[in-house]
Ligand binder design. Sequence first.
Ligand SMILES: Cc1cc2nc3c(=O)[nH]c(=O)nc-3n(C[C@H](O)[C@H](O)[C@H](O)COP(=O)(O)OP(=O)(O)OC[C@H]3O[C@@H](n4cnc5c(N)ncnc54)[C@H](O)[C@@H]3O)c2cc1C
Length: 512
Amino acid sequence: MSDFRDLAGRSIIIGGGLAGLMTALELAPEPVVLLSAAPLGAEASSALAQGGLAACIGSDDSPALHIADTLAAGDGLCDEAVVRRIVEAAPAAIDRLRRLGVAFDLMPNGEPSLGLEAAHSRRRIVHAAGAATGSALMRALVAAVRRTPSVTVIEGFEARRLLLEGGAIAGVLAAGMSGAIVLATSRVVLATGGVGGLFHQSTNPLGCFGQGLALAARAGAELADLEFVQFHPTALDSAARPMRLISEAVRGEGAILIDETGRRFLADMPGAELGTRDAVARGVYRHLARGHRVFLDARACLGTNFATRFPAIAGYCHEAGINPAVDPIPVRPAAHYHMGGIAVDAEGRSSVAGLWACGEVASTGLHGANRLASNSLTEAVVMASWVAKSVSSAAIRPVGPALPIEMPNRPDPIVVRNIVSPALGVLRDGDRLRDAASTLWPLASGTDACADPAAVGLMMAISALGRMESRGAHCRADYPTRSAVARRSTLTLDAASKIAAELDLKPLARSA
Ligand SMILES: Cc1cc2nc3c(=O)[nH]c(=O)nc-3n(C[C@H](O)[C@H](O)[C@H](O)COP(=O)(O)OP(=O)(O)OC[C@H]3O[C@@H](n4cnc5c(N)ncnc54)[C@H](O)[C@@H]3O)c2cc1C
């Protein structure tokens, strides 16, 4: 096991997506270590983003309107003070990205070209390279990190455990092809992204399966709103993984959802195909569950213009042997974004001393029960600057030499996917959630490769079980209505294990 003593004491940022890159850049010139399982820019949801970043910079827009749209999408569960603070900081975050070299798409007058997305009352989506915002963003920021001498990048190493001393962060244990490393530090920022990889059907890179949540939970951190997973209604139904996204913009152009008989089955739903993301996902899911196939039909509205208007999406379709000009596109819902995460305060501090979280892995309170499209990239950029300020002003605690601890197995979510996908999908019910929690609990307490993904799945199942209502993206067949009082949920791994232990005892007690 190598001990990187010359890096001892530096803050360690885990994750090479937008949140990790921005935190490293915001901390400059303070020396930091950026640890990434994949090469920078790869295996990150950030690189796949199509739409862009929401910021109220249009002449007809205002923070008040952006706040109202965010609160409406969040279905009563957003933290309004957090929403206000992030929304108000968004325009400056766009300027910051521009200064770092991100070339946003501009109108002929030099002003940013602003896109309109579902549930936004104004055009406020700043984008780059058309619908390839994520790759343009990551290209510029990876280059910025590589030319910043204060950032030591360690690629190909996966954080496996956070080391603790007296309950506070003391280091990171990581593993890569060349062996194990121990990095001693009293300050760690988790920026490891979402949980889509815990589901068979997801738009996230397969490596995004909640590793940061497991690291934080095993260190004793409090997690929040874990039950809220946003499903995108129209992922391309093909063998490709991650699943390719057929953006809402295609429906915005007039594409309709039909089944194998040609019937437009969502025509009577409020907003029809342009209803809220969760409602459309449920409509598509229910139709598939009844044995139908579902297609997005852009033949009449776009036809031969499809490839010009949506070149990347046309490319995905062609990979799957579909020509969207003449064929309806097969689609199904896919896990897309995790609203829940590590509970953090306004500066990204978790409940564990020395541990911060930024980006999708964090739960700031911005998204509530449902994320407003394009608010997540904005949140990552805005929060990164506040996290960086908080990290650099935190006192550096001397940490002792790392005690030898056993290297956990390389986490593998395959077994857990089979349990999480049916139980925590678009439509949930108590029986399936209880079964899932009972199956996941022993796995989470073991040492097999599935232990960490099982711990994350367990906490999500327990949170979903405890939320006896349907709100935002969380829909319970046995509790179809919304409770009068909205409350956020918080959970630790210990508490989840205790609840699971009690669930396990109940059938025994009944049969006694
Ligand atoms: C297809 C798609 C389209 C999207 N479009 C938009 C959009 O238009 N606008 C918007 O706002 N949001 C969009 N989102 C959501 C948004 O992209 C993500 O929420 C955001 O990019 C998350 O950034 P992040 O830095 O937190 O995580 P990521 O970008 O996922 O990066 C996580 C990083 O952590 C690394 N990592 C994970 N575990 C470990 C470990 N144990 N050790 C070391 N490294 C680790 C991963 O390799 C990866 O580099 C989209 C998401 C997807 C999947």
